[in-house]
Design a protein around this ligand. Structure first.
Ligand SMILES: *Cc1c(COP(=O)(O)O)cnc(C)c1O
Length: 349
């Protein structure tokens, strides 16, 4: 038989990651943490290596219990994945694949769209309004899954939980999924996070160890949501997708609240300095609650990306994120801030 990809797959392009920097100090294209993970991670990973001949715990019970205690949730309301990206694929597989429909923002977080297209779901894009989700328009979408990204990537804007709760009351979609990859960086995460709604079983919240915990390389995300949704996803998930080293690392990171606080504090002050730097060079920026800043540079995107790159700083061109005329800059370390300042100072548009 002729071998052909499914027809909806032919139109897809492979994912293009942010360009790596020669020196990690200038790696500001992928919203990774510019700071290393908790020092407790190393010992935990080394200890887990001793039993690496065994398969990992499929549901990561130790980690689930720690997370559940912190959220005052039941462990049955939590599911781990190989990054939250895997959980996005599982949600689309279970609820929208092969002819279902997904609503996303425009511009979206890329993976929300890619998962839907890869699995044969149709996609309704709802444009942002002043860089913020248009919740009334999203609520009107008659879809299986509605993705809300809060804080939003690539803009960095947030919605208060009260707005999401109001949207939920009006929503026509089967399930609302709130992607909170950056919520720990918000000035007041408790005002922003929809976690209480997830614990009440009304929607799904996605979280990750890739950002505030600095574990992007180990791949661990989790969701909190209705037990029925989690039971459904357990039927289709690859049982061992979250490896034992990642589970050990995440448990150690969760236990180090002081480290999380330090990363939050650094990000908050460095984020303000990134905005000041670009502001001093005449660029407008979107007020961000995440670990990145969207810089508005209409007509200047390519030149700005190239000029920063010449100085050793890699940022993400907005065109690659569905937001042409912008660049997205990850909040750097203190050394990275200096490098960014020097690269910008040398640029004369
Ligand atoms: C970075 C990011 C994630 C994290 O994905 P992982 O697979 O957990 O690394 C999820 N959602 C958004 C919006 C992100 O920007």
């Amino acid at each position: 038989m002729m071998l052909r990809p499914r027809p909806w797959i032919t139109a897809l392009e492979p994912y293009v990651p942010g360009t790596p920097a020669d020196d990690p100090t200038g790696a500001l294209a992928s919203n990774e943490s510019s700071l290393p993970p908790s020092p407790n991670v190393r010992g935990a990973v080394e200890a887990a290596l001793a039993t690496a001949n065994r398969y990992p715990d499929p549901l990561a019970d130790d980690l689930r219990l720690r997370l559940a205690n912190g959220f005052e949730a039941d462990p049955s309301q939590i599911l781990v994945g190989n990054g939250s990206d895997e959980l996005i694929y599982l949600l689309v597989t279970a609820y929208a694949a092969a002819g279902g429909a997904v609503a996303i923002a425009d511009p979206p977080y890329r993976l929300h769209e890619v998962a839907a297209r890869a699995l044969g779901a149709s996609v309704c894009r709802v444009p942002l309004r002043r860089w913020t989700h248009d919740l009334p328009a999203l609520a009107e979408q008659d879809v299986d899954l509605c993705f809300v990204c809060n804080p939003h990537n690539p803009s960095g804007t947030t919605l208060p939980r009260t707005a999401i709760e109001a949207m939920l009351d009006d929503s026509r979609s089967g399930l609302v999924v709130v992607d909170e990859a950056y919520v720990e960086f918000a000035d007041d995460p408790r005002e922003v996070s929809a976690l209480p709604l997830a614990v009440a079983g009304r929607l799904v919240v996605l979280r990750t160890f890739s950002k505030i915990h600095g574990l992007a390389g180990l791949r661990l995300g989790y969701m909190v949501g209705p037990v029925g949704v989690i039971d459904t996803l357990r039927r289709i998930r690859p049982p061992f997708s979250v490896n034992a080293l990642a589970q050990a690392a995440a448990a150690a990171a969760v236990g180090d609240g002081a480290r999380v606080e330090a990363v939050r504090a650094h990000t908050s002050s460095a984020r303000a300095r990134v905005r000041d730097l670009f502001g001093a060079h005449g660029y407008e920026t979107v007020p961000s609650q995440a670990n990145f800043v969207l810089v508005l540079c209409p007509g200047d995107e390519r030149a700005l990306v190239d000029a920063l790159s010449a100085g050793g700083v890699r940022v993400r061109p907005g065109s690659a994120l569905g937001a042409p005329g912008t660049v997205r800059v990850t909040v750097p370390s203190d050394d990275g801030l200096r490098l960014l300042g020097e690269s910008l100072a040398r640029y004369r548009p």
